[in-house]
Design a binder for this molecule. Structure first.
Ligand code: HEC
Length: 154
């Protein structure tokens, strides 16, 4: 009788683990990632992050400092896997005259206070007609914004 009490919780643990691993898409480096990155937390934590390769490198170094153990080849495989499957979410173009401050912030990669300035300017002066109109917004890094002009619809 005691035996079945012990076996049941073990079986449940395996079911939960399998569900967590299902979040990680197949690909080279997946096994290394699961082996190395599931020791302290669920490996699916990586599926919630969307980072550039450089940012993943920083995260992996941070995990290594915290105690993640793998050899150089394994860390390289993990980096390749994460960079190719969990890169930055592809930004969809937005209508700068309709988008919310949060949408503008994400697409243009600017701060919340900057995106609020765009919205405030729009509310005061009416619709932006071209990228040049954004140079009028006080306190906005126009150079940075104009680099992303292909993501803006007017
Ligand atoms: C030795 C334990 C340990 C291992 C192994 C480990 N992590 Fe972590 N991880 C942590 C801790 C602790 C945190 C929370 C850190 C914090 O809040 O600053 C964390 C948080 C994270 C986060 C959340 C964002 C962040 O930067 O805090 C990500 C993503 C992550 N880990 C990815 C990984 C990856 C990828 C691996 C495998 C290379 C890995 N972890 C292996 C301990 C570990």
């Amino acid at each position: 009788m005691m035996g079945s009490r012990i076996i049941l919780p073990l079986g449940m643990t395996l079911v939960f683990a399998a569900a967590a691993f299902a979040e990680l898409p197949p690909g080279t480096g997946r096994e290394e990632t699961i082996r190395t990155c599931s020791r302290c937390h669920s490996p699916e934590i990586v599926a919630t992050a969307h980072q550039t390769r450089d940012q993943w490198q920083v995260t992996i170094s941070k995990m290594a400092n915290l105690g993640a153990e793998a050899n150089d080849n394994e860390f390289e495989a993990i980096l390749d896997y994460l960079a190719s499957h969990f890169g930055p979410a592809a930004a969809q173009p937005i209508n700068i005259n309709k988008a919310t401050a949060v949408e503008i912030e994400c697409v243009l990669e600017i701060t919340r206070s900057e995106s609020k300035k765009i919205v405030a300017y729009r509310e005061q002066h009416g619709a932006f007609k071209s990228i040049d109109d954004l140079s009028q917004v006080p306190g906005l890094d126009f150079k940075k914004v104009s680099e992303k002009k292909s993501l803006l619809l007017f």
